[in-house]
Design a binder for this molecule. Structure first.
Ligand code: SAM
Ligand code: SF4
Length: 317
């Protein structure tokens, strides 16, 4: 479906849970979240019905996310049923990787083609600091399992945080030389109450290019990242710049939260509920959401926080 500004909406990000086995400082509060009633969350059947309704309006790409999607008990069934929806050409999944040793092979069999894994540092102490409870060793076990499972593509997502990992840009980018993976640096976004980062933490992704003078521009792949290539690398370096150079003008995505709200924009408070609806009801809500997709997300920095009213784990990053 085409929105009011001529943007063709083809990409749905489906959050299957708000819960997580980590507590990243920029994403969710230390104490976790106040668990919503089971009855307020979408059932698996509703999620699949929503995917079908979205596909009937032109969605062809689905990303399963969260919270941490792999803590959801029925994640394999969700992936399998979503991948079987007519017109859905590609199911991808974003994960912190911790549960991949148990699940990587089954996810691939369930129809997940591509995986994004989140990794902000190569230093074990800093990993535990930023995730509050995670262990880098567990991440590497998950990463190894993902490589072995043979996904079409694996990308590493790194949130660039001034004063935390800007001194690791070269080492993180070097993963593209060591493994067949892309590494994408994402600008830190000031979500609802996600951490107390000062202005120095919000670095533009151009810092990555300053640290990598031998990076050469690579052909775009249709995604939001600007791509580069390092000599001798298997994978690409991606820069995702929602803050310093927003991509709202070409945004092709909508989001569905685990509690059933369609968000036409990550940073807008606008939400359209699908909970409890049938196929036609969901289709009408989806149309309204797409039709009302804002032109851009407004300023974002330490002072101008996202107007979303939710943290990232409650939206689906
Ligand atoms: N738990 C999974 C994971 O960490 O990959 C999936 C959900 S997580 C919300 C999705 C992505 O959003 C992660 O790559 C995470 O680093 C990113 N993210 C979360 N909060 C963010 C923020 N405030 N700014 C930029 N990226 C953020
Ligand atoms: Fe969990 Fe992912 Fe948020 Fe980290 S970024 S707290 S792993 S949902």
């Amino acid at each position: 479906m085409i929105d009011q500004l001529g943007r063709e909406i083809t990409y749905l990000r489906l959050s299957v849970t708000e819960l997580c086995n980590l507590r990243c400082r920029y994403c969710m509060p230390e104490e976790g979240i106040c668990q919503k009633s089971h009855f307020d969350m979408l059932t698996e059947e509703e999620m699949i019905l929503a995917v079908k309704a979205a596909a009937s309006l032109g969605i062809t790409k689905l990303r399963i996310t969260g919270g941490e999607p792999l803590v959801k008990k029925n994640i394999l069934s969700i992936c399998q049923h979503a991948a079987a929806v007519e017109d859905i050409k590609e199911v991808c999944l974003t994960t912190n990787g911790i549960l991949l040793p148990q699940l990587a092979g089954s996810l691939k069999e369930a129809g997940v083609k591509r995986l994004n894994l989140s990794l902000d540092t190569l230093d074990p102490k800093k990993y535990t600091y930023i995730t509050r409870i995670g262990s880098l060793e567990m991440f590497w076990a998950g990463f190894t399992a993902a490589l072995k499972a043979g996904f079409e593509k694996i990308k590493i997502n790194t949130v660039l945080i001034g004063g935390f990992n800007d001194n690791e840009i070269i080492a993180l980018a070097d993963l593209t030389r060591q493994y067949p993976v892309d590494v994408r640096f994402i600008e830190l976004m000031p979500m609802y109450d996600s951490g107390d980062f000062d202005q120095g933490a919000f670095l533009p992704c151009t810092k990555v290019l300053e640290a990598l003078p031998d990076a050469v521009p690579a052909d775009p792949d249709g995604g939001v990242a600007r791509l580069y290539h390092l000599p001798g690398a298997y994978g690409k370096i991606g820069l995702i710049r929602p803050v310093s150079a927003n991509f709202c003008g070409t945004c092709n995505r909508i989001r569905l939260t685990a509690d059933g709200k369609i968000k036409p924009c990550l940073h807008s408070p606008m939400e359209y509920s699908l909970k409890g609806m049938d196929f036609e009801g969901m289709r009408e809500q989806l149309k309204k959401a797409i039709f009302s997709k804002p032109a851009w997300h407004g300023d974002l920095d330490a002072v101008h926080r996202s107007l979303s009213g939710r943290n990232m784990n409650q939206i689906g990053g």
